[in-house]
Design a protein around this ligand. Sequence first.
Ligand SMILES: [Zn+2]
Length: 252
Amino acid sequence: MTNTYFHSPEPPSTNLVTPGRVLAIGAHPDDIEFGAGATLAKWSQGGTEIAFVIMTDGSKGTWDPEANTLNLAVLRQGEARKAAGTIAGSSTVNFLGWTDGELLANDRSVAQLCFMIRKFRPNVVLGHDPWKRYRLHPDHRAAGFATTDAIVASRDPHFLPELGLHHRPDALLLFEADEPNHCEAFGEVALRIKIEALLCHRSQHVSSMEISNLGEDEELRHFKETVRSASERTGASFGLELGESFRLIREL
Ligand SMILES: [Zn+2]
């Protein structure tokens, strides 16, 4: 059992020691790339083994009311594999298969993530910050709570003993954090890889990246510049050049 008396907020920090194994958990096929693509690219270059978990099928990720959602889900699996490969070579992508928009943090999703954590045994887990205020999308909130609940289930031997040997990661990094307290710095190579991985999600160009099929060069330039300036702003707030920020929790 954990003694909550000894829990204290983490002071601001930068740059974890490059972890050996990382499990990244996102609600939709492009969330991990948006939240932590450059950090994962940097770690992968440093030898980290990375596994991706995508909780929903992304089948509602279009503004086209006529779209075939089954086809979209299949298309997005391929895009997610390509993006993960861009970031981390032959990394594994695990699709949990929840219907987009209907993800719940419940016994089933917590058990699914607990199983993934115990199987892959990561040093660092990345996921959505479930406490992000004023965020409307329910899947991001549910993915965040399923992740934090799965950390607890995974670390304690009497939770879900049928799902394998318990495992306690060293750190949890929550992206799209409400109150970031940690920044990972990266260079031009990781930034380029993040942008390349994001662009693998072609089905999301119109809805998430403001890239249409018309005048693509100008829109592509604008998108790349948007990702770069966000990285610069985030880095600057921690005294770094380019960065992605997180809520770091070490007391797991
Ligand atoms: Zn999302």
